[in-house]
Write a protein that binds this ligand. Sequence first.
Ligand code: GLN
Length: 398
Amino acid sequence: MAEATGLTSADGTTRPTIFAEMTALAQATNAVNLGQGFPDSDGPEWIREAAVEAIRTGANQYPPGRGIPELRSSIAEHQLRHYGIVLDPEREVLVTAGATEAIAASILALAGPGDEVVTLEPFYDSHAATIAMAGASHVTVPLVPDTSGFRLDSEALDAAVTERTRVILVNTPHNPTGTVLSADELGIIASAARRVDAVVVTDEVYEHLTFDGRTHTPPATLPGMAERTLTISSSGKTFSLTGWKIGWVTGPAELIEAVTAIKQFLTYTGGAPFQPAIARALTEGDADIAALRESLAQRRDLLVEGLRASGFEVVVPGGTYFVCADATPFLSPDVPDGAAFARALPGLAGIACVPVSAFCRDGSPAADALSSWVRFTFVKEEATLLRAIERLGDLRAG
Ligand code: GLN
């Protein structure tokens, strides 16, 4: 069973995720860790204090399986205030153990053997793993780098979405490319979903982390989409609290019911003291979100400039924690591709990154096209980025 999902190595041991592998390598070599995307400073103190207070005042036993009413209401209010999405907090909101559980429960609820799930490629690792766990087939549509970012191959999307497609799993803003899907791209995805009556499941965890005046559009807001979309997000990225694992899924009551049926046997419930803290953060935290977005845009610029100065070709991301860079100038017979480069970089220059091929299927056209690309995160303190940029100076092309 485990072997069938490809989640273990040939010898039966657990294969660590690429993020865990690169973080371990960074720690072992004392490298600046620009691999795994997590902030090196914690989120706002008042939100952390709210969780401490919740522990002190007794929020320590199982919360309700769907999440505490206070948090479900503030998620519904957040969706209304930011996007005009109207939700019934009783029936159309489910709190989960991070977006990862929401995605897993949604895919397990909707797709099984014989069904196809379409994602963009590159794709976030848990998306592929979850589709495998559901026993469904994974069909991918490439994002192609150009001057305006990694863009959707719309012809490939149209060809990929067929009567066999049960779910289109859309991630915007997109990890690892930083693409914020445009209104046109979202329209193409929405009309493909309507054409074959597929459900759209979204991963919008970087919804607030968009730059240069770009705004995030939830696919559920497109015409005819609310009734066929499960919208997923979480508090981890928005409030720099990635270890709290408070996420949610919202959408039509009957779909949420199906996801709840799965979720109750995954974690059942969790994060009792974090739930009230995030309920407050979602209602009172807009200034903190704006400050993070602004500082993150500056840190993106700093890293993009540093990478370019040392010889990388870079696609400037419109959102997220990440920038992708082409390492071609640094490849050699000993370091033939991005995967080898990512494993060598801690030794060469004391920096860790992640190969983009880890977000692709072995041998796919996208994997070939992006074989020399690597992903760096800029969600680190400016001093950390400056140290990395100084070390990039030690790198010499070819
Ligand atoms: N989302 C983080 C990233 O893309 C990693 C989370 C994890 O380690 N699974 O870097």
